[in-house]
Write a protein that binds this ligand. Sequence first.
Ligand code: GCB
Length: 568
Amino acid sequence: MNRLFERHKKRKVTRLDGFWQFKIDPNQVGEREKWYQNFPEDSQPILVPGCWNNELGLYHYEGAAWYQREFQTTKSQVNLVFYGFYGLIKVYVDGKEAGSQYGGFSGYECLITGLTPGKHNLVVLTDNTHNNSNTIPLARVDWFHYGGLFRSVELMEFDDAWIKDYRIDYQLEQIDESTANTVYLDISVTIQNFTTSGTNELKLYLDDQLLAVKPVNFPDSAAEISIEITDTAVSGIKLWSPDQPNLYLVRLELDNDDITERIGFRTITVRDGKLLLNNKEITLKGINRHEDHPDWGFAMPLNLMKKDLDIIKNLGCNAIRGSHYPNAPIFLDLLDQEGILFWEEIPMWGFPEHALQDPLTLERGLSMHELMIKRDYHHPSIIIWGLHNEVDTRTQAAYKVTKAFAEKIRSLDTTRPITYATMHPLEDICLSLVDLISINKYFGWYHDRIEQWQNFLHQFKVKMKTEGLTGKPIIISEFGAGALYGENTFEQQKWSENFQDAYLDYTLNLFLNDPDIIGTYIWQYCDIRSAKELEMNRPRSFNNKGIVNEYRKPKQAYWTVQKLYTGA
Ligand code: GCB
């Protein structure tokens, strides 16, 4: 399943999940030998969605790999949607390249036209090779480079025209959670028309109620048409909030095609050092979460996502940071339903100066932001866009990249605040570019003593005054300590559960009582596999700072955090 609601009543969609043929290509011979025309006979079956690293014998495989299967169509235009992969994807249909993309976590759509109805051969190359200069992420990160088609693949079929793209914006007449509101919808739609001329109608529904009908005139030749449906007033709307996550289905219908989006109406703003949701001050009680499990990697089943959310809600959290990449669309749907606030970011982690200077880094980063915002713009749970994580923001190179990212995001979305997580807060030269200041620090774990947190916060607030940053809310976006599940010591030794427990008790108490700090995100929810580049720094090759282990069993700190977050 990809979404938690019915996306199409009319459009024909087939899930291409299940067994595909698979072969790794460590020497990169596949393109030369044209595997896309003659798929190797010694290929093996593999399940999609899935990460190949969870297959026996492929744990550490990083590089190119090929997938193959057939699909059947009754129409001549299809859109192949790959919801998740890592790095590069190239798609071949009937022996010819149909398209490619660099990215992965925000998916890829590959449109193929002019097909003869019937059976077709589909071959996909994906490559998760990394370097330390311009791949996003770099090779050196603190999570596992799982490869493969790790989310579903869908086949969509069309007649002569389809709804290619849409964007739903709205204005609220008043912002009041306690009563029904009137909203004004502004919708823009891109329709792609392949062969016909003539006219048609675009219909707009909200929860099955027809709101507007707009004539569409197709020109004689194949073309893309933009349609605007503006200022449609709807009354009786209840706002979306963590306590009452009210959701509405917006449906667009064009002859034989249709698409449904699910939205919630709310505002999120920054004012005088505070974060306001529906004009009410909100404190983010958060946690960082990777999409990881030893048996599934990134290809987490829905049941596990639901369990994670239950555990996180039970902890007293109202916020999650999707460290460090766009999460599965279905997980975002769950967050919308459960009223959990989400920070989403691209996987740009730990870039040093030379990598920030690489022009490909900027190009890829901009495109990843665009893909992420396009895919996820309509989720009410997303309240923050994250630009990057722990890049060297003491440098001019970082300033240039951060400025370009901030401008790009603001050109696509003016409704959400932006931030990035800094690891050099005192020397950072980019903080003026964003709306929220987010700090990652590990005093008392990697360096210094835990008490250094107090000095640091004092120094940082002085810096804010001197540099004119006052008024930007502060978030502590990472803090934590490693604990090996089951390890307990009489003294508080590092790597023990009781050390982690005392660490989070001290730090959380400090932050929750500081009026300038509007949010905390504990590092981290569960223990995760780390990349092989870090295995000598990480016991078990895991990052063990989870407050539950990789199988979601609670460590001692879970209960302490629960007390502090729930105020019990
Ligand atoms: C960080 C990173 C995070 C790491 C964490 C750690 O600052 O943003 O991805 O896993 O520190 O445990 O060192």
